[in-house]
Design a protein around this ligand. Structure first.
Ligand code: AG3
Length: 278
């Protein structure tokens, strides 16, 4: 599996644009029961994982996404102890969640066990906390998992999904959010990756509607750069049962991060004019 000096390209359907990364080698290629999983060594972005040809993780920039998927929600909740990650099979989000000393249980429910096994091999630093006694790795359908969860089981639910097509589409629906609301304890917070503000404003709008219709009191979108995802600009949308999303525990971070801090948290919540109008 050697592709010398060529480029990996993800074309963004309907957007007339794409991202390319210069690759040194393809080091893994398999078809799991759910999708095609490929791993490349790139020239300047370290290791790259794609699922069905779409960029999921690179060594160089995944810290931004994983920190923004976890810390804003965890610092918004006053005292998160039980955290559920849906998807997130590369374990990068789980790894960030486990940095919070107050977390007692971090349960990850990924559909495709092969994604995690491949990540353990090629992204060991993302999987560094997989043996933490607080971590539980489950391989199951996250939609069903949340539907079956006992009411009030979790303080924070993080939906680290692929794009809203195929098996992930149900993770953006009102029914799923109703089940999240039920599975959350009082003061619970849910956050889901919500695509590009520039390319997918309709998705962000429909997520806000669905979360409110499901009964969440407050909904807010966080923006952050993610240079290897469509448009290079990404978002996560948070919703709370009853906590104020604009308030968060300041100066409470006692572990290192590379992107997230209090100023970034506040700045990520700021809404550009066109998003305000959504
Ligand atoms: N979650 C996938 C974000 C979607 C990327 N979309 C794309 N490249 N078209 C990433 C999982 C990281 N834990």
């Amino acid at each position: 599996m050697t592709l010398d000096k060529s480029w990996y390209t993800e074309e963004w359907a309907g957007q007339g644009s794409a991202i390319s990364l210069k690759i040194k080698n393809k080091v893994h290629d398999e078809r799991s029961a759910y999708q095609r999983i490929e791993i490349y060594e790139t020239e300047t972005f370290g290791t790259l994982m794609t699922l069905d040809g779409l960029v999921m993780v690179t060594d160089r920039d995944n810290f931004i996404y994983h920190e923004m998927m976890s810390h804003p929600a965890l610092f918004t909740h006053p005292d998160p102890k039980r955290v559920l990650v849906i998807g997130g099979g590369d374990c990068g989000t789980l790894n960030e969640v486990l940095k919070h000393p107050g977390v007692e249980l971090a349960e990850q429910v990924e559909l495709d066990e092969r994604v995690t096994r491949v990540a353990e091999q090629f992204f060991p630093e993302l999987c560094a906390s997989n043996n933490d006694p607080r971590a539980r790795l489950r391989f199951a359908d996250g939609i069903q998992w949340v539907a079956d969860a006992k009411p009030g089981s979790y303080d924070v639910i993080i939906v680290d999904s692929t794009d809203p097509v195929g098996p992930a589409a149900g993770l953006f629906s009102e029914t799923f959010y109703q089940n999240c609301l039920r599975a959350l304890a009082p003061r619970g917070v849910v956050v889901g990756q919500s695509e590009s503000p520039l390319f997918h404003p309709d998705l962000i709008r429909s997520m806000h509607r669905a979360l409110r219709a499901a009964g969440f009191r407050e909904v807010a979108t966080l923006n952050f750069p993610q240079c290897t995802y469509p448009s290079g600009w990404w978002s996560a949308t948070m919703a709370a049962r009853d906590t104020a999303l604009s308030k968060f525990r300041q100066a409470d971070k006692r572990f290192p991060t590379r992107y997230y801090n209090q100023e970034i948290h506040a700045a990520a919540l700021a809404r550009p004019e066109f998003m305000r109008q959504l």
